[in-house]
Design a protein around this ligand. Structure first.
Ligand SMILES: CC(C)CC(=O)Nc1cccc(-c2cccc(CN)c2)c1
Length: 232
C-alpha cells in the first residue's frame, strides 16, 4: 500500500496473508468459514506450490493471540485467468478446515448485485504489500482510501486504453495506491467487498495507471458453484 497508513489492529478481521515458506506473497480475504478469495496471478511465481493462509494477524512477524496459519486443501483459479492479461483474475482457496471465527477472524460480505460502484465513491484497500517505491515491505497491515473512477476515464487512451472490461473497476492511483503484495485483497466500499486487487500494469502510485480491481458480483455464480461442489 503506497501513501497509506498502518491499519487499526484487527478492524479488518477478514484479511488473509497468502504465504510460501513463511513469506507474505499476496493478500486475500475470508468469504466463508473455509474459503478465502484472492487473485489468480498470485500463483505466477509459486512453481505449483500451495499457499498457507495466515488469518487473525495484524503483524506478520510478532506473536499475536488469534493469529493462525491454515493449510490449504485446494487452490482453484478462475478458468479464464491467464498470465497475459488481468481477465478473470480470481483464486479461491479452500482451507484444510473451517477457520475458527472470533473478534479477529471474520467473514467479509461481498457484493452480489452486478451494478457499477458510482465514480467518486471512496473505498478502502488494505494489505501487507510494499509501502514505498523502493519496495519496502511492512510487518503490519496498512490501508488507504481511494475514490472509484469511471470505466470511461480508466479506459482513456493515456490510461488503460480500452482494456478495462465490465468485470473490472478502477480507483485513482495518484500517490496513494495498492502495490506489489496487495494483490488478492478486497476493495471495500461501505463495508462490502466490491473488488479484488489485481496487478494491472504492475506500476504503483502513478495517476496515469489507475489501480484495477476484478469486480466480484459478475463472478457470484462461479464462486457459489465452486464452494457448493467442494462442500463437505
Ligand atoms: C506473483 C505476484 C506477486 C507478481 C506481482 O503481482 N507483481 C507485481 C509487481 C509490481 C506491482 C504489482 C501490483 C500489485 C497490485 C496492484 C498494483 C497497482 N495498483 C501493482 C504487482
Amino acid at each position: 500500500i503506497l501513501g497509506g497508513y498502518e491499519a487499526k489492529p484487527h478492524l479488518r478481521p477478514y484479511m488473509a496473508s497468502l504465504q510460501l515458506d513463511g513469506q507474505h506473497v499476496c493478500g486475500g480475504f475470508l468469504i466463508a468459514e473455509q474459503w478465502v478469495l484472492s487473485a489468480a496471478h498470485c500463483t505466477e511465481e509459486t512453481d505449483g506450490r500451495v499457499f498457507q493462509v495466515l488469518l487473525g494477524a495484524h503483524s506478520l512477524r510478532e506473536p499475536e493471540p488469534h493469529k493462525r496459519l491454515y493449510r490449504v486443501r485446494a487452490q482453484i483459479p478462475h478458468p479464464g485467468s491467464n498470465i497475459h492479461n488481468n481477465k478473470d483474475d480470481l483464486l479461491l482457496l479452500q482451507l484444510e478446515e473451517k477457520a475458527e471465527l472470533n473478534a479477529h477472524v471474520q467473514v467479509l460480505p461481498w457484493q452480489r448485485e452486478d451494478r457499477d460502484v458510482a465514480a467518486d465513491t471512496v473505498c478502502e484497500v488494505a494489505g501487507w504489500g510494499t509501502i514505498s517505491h523502493s519496495g519496502r515491505r511492512p510487518d503490519k497491515l496498512y490501508q488507504v482510501e481511494r475514490p472509484v473512477i469511471s470505466r470511461d476515464v480508466c479506459n482513456h487512451r493515456t490510461r488503460h486504453d480500452g482494456t478495462i472490461t465490465e468485470k473490472m473497476m478502477c480507483t485513482d492511483s495518484r500517490k496513494k495506491d495498492s502495490c506489489k503484495g496487495d494483490s488478492g485483497g478486497p476493495l471495500v466500499c461501505s463495508g462490502v467487498a466490491e473488488g479484488v486487487v489485481t496487478a494491472g500494469s504492475r506500476v504503483c502510485g502513478n495517476y496515469k495507471k489507475p489501480a484495477i480491481y476484478t469486480r466480484i458480483a459478475p463472478y457470484a455464480a462461479w464462486i457459489d458453484g465452486v464452494m457448493a461442489s467442494a462442500a463437505g
